[in-house]
Ligand binder design. Structure first.
Ligand code: UDP
Ligand code: MG
Length: 327
């Protein structure tokens, strides 16, 4: 059900973002102010900053602003739980009050003016609106190529992802409620959201460079994000290994018969090279296979424990600090 004049909550996960935060607060509150003036959203709409265990002044900036600026509020997580979990913490918190939530990164890479389009689409009845990057020219060559291969591999494995969509999106309350039912520990939101199945729409925009600060997604985190994305949604890697196993089994029968015939016919061959090659090859393959199976078993291990994904230390969203608020 679309609510007119909806209460919007913009969810912004932040990890050590003191350099960019003041500008983000300025731009986002201006954006919300205009939307309120144009009566597109409810005047109690909020920007919910999720401090993901930052070690710099991020939280003090958020807390200070929440007193001065009526749009700004925040929750502080007890420790760093990573972007996806921080985002989920924000969504679940937002769900308590809002009619729809928009998630956006703190670094101003996503085009804030698109927020208006998101809201308009929501008002037209779309429960999910995806922000899709038109160009990735501002990303480094490396990031662009790895991201592209990632989408390609995911597609091959039958995982439906919206191409070039990061976590800049609008979710209506019903979508948020359905999302809350997914309890998996290894969270890959980009894969889960399309599974919710609601009426959705894509909105295109240009992705810019980070306004300030450095990326909080170094190569190591990017790789683990990709592996997590694949293994959370697809059994394909294990199947490929089983398939390879069958082929190898077949080949080894052929090779064995060949060796036997040679022996029977009395030919002796040096055999050392082929022996070494097969030992290395099969050994390597076995290690890959064990690693891959281990990856899934590890996943089961994590899921079975079913630990909470985050803990909230301070919650200004439902319990605001007292103070004069105006903007
Ligand atoms: N982030 C977070 N927790 C982390 C890492 C990142 O909340 O452990 C936030 C970060 O502050 C930013 C967003 O997630 O708002 C995306 O991170 P970043 O811009 O560094 O990633 P990139 O755009 O380089 O992929
Ligand atoms: Mg970024």
């Amino acid at each position: 059900m679309v609510t007119h004049n909806p209460l919007l909550t913009v969810v912004v996960p932040c990890y050590n973002e003191e350099e960019v935060l003041p500008e983000t607060i300025k731009q986002l509150s201006n954006c919300l102010k205009k939307l309120v003036t144009d009566q597109l959203i409810h005047e109690d709409s909020k920007i919910l900053f999720v401090d993901d265990g930052s070690k710099d002044r991020t939280w003090s900036i958020i807390a200070m602003e929440s007193i001065r600026n009526r749009f700004v509020t925040g929750i502080k997580l007890t420790c760093n739980v990573g972007h996806q979990n921080a985002l989920l913490a924000g969504y679940l918190k937002a769900k308590e009050k809002c009619d729809c939530a928009i998630s956006i990164d703190c670094d101003l890479q996503d085009d804030i003016t698109v927020i208006r389009t998101f809201v308009e689409k929501y008002l037209q009845g779309y429960e999910i609106v995806y922000g899709v990057r038109d160009s990735r020219e501002t990303d480094t060559w490396f990031k662009r190529t790895t991201a592209q291969s990632f989408y390609r591999i995911m597609k091959r494995m039958g995982i439906h992802l919206v191409y070039n969509h990061a976590d800049f999106r609008l979710l209506g309350k019903r979508a948020l409620e359905e999302l809350a039912k997914y309890e998996e520990t290894n969270l890959f939101l980009r894969g889960i959201i399309p599974l919710l199945g609601f009426k959705s729409m894509e909105v295109y925009y240009d992705r810019r460079e980070r306004f300030a600060g450095t990326t909080k997604y170094p190569l190591k985190k990017m790789l683990s994000f990709a592996v997590n994305g694949i293994t959370s949604f697809s059994m394909m890697p294990i199947r490929i290994i089983t398939f390879l196993g069958f082929i190898l089994f077949f080949v080894s029968i052929l090779a064995g018969s060949y060796a036997l015939i040679q022996k029977v016919l009395g030919f002796t061959s040096a055999g050392w090279t082929s022996l070494m090659i097969s030992i290395w090859f099969i050994g390597g393959l076995q290690l890959v296979a064990i690693g891959m199976i281990g990856e899934y078993i590890g996943k089961i291990f994590m899921e079975v424990k079913n630990r909470p994904k985050f803990a909230i230390d301070i919650d200004l969203y439902t319990k605001p600090m007292l103070g004069e608020q105006g903007v």
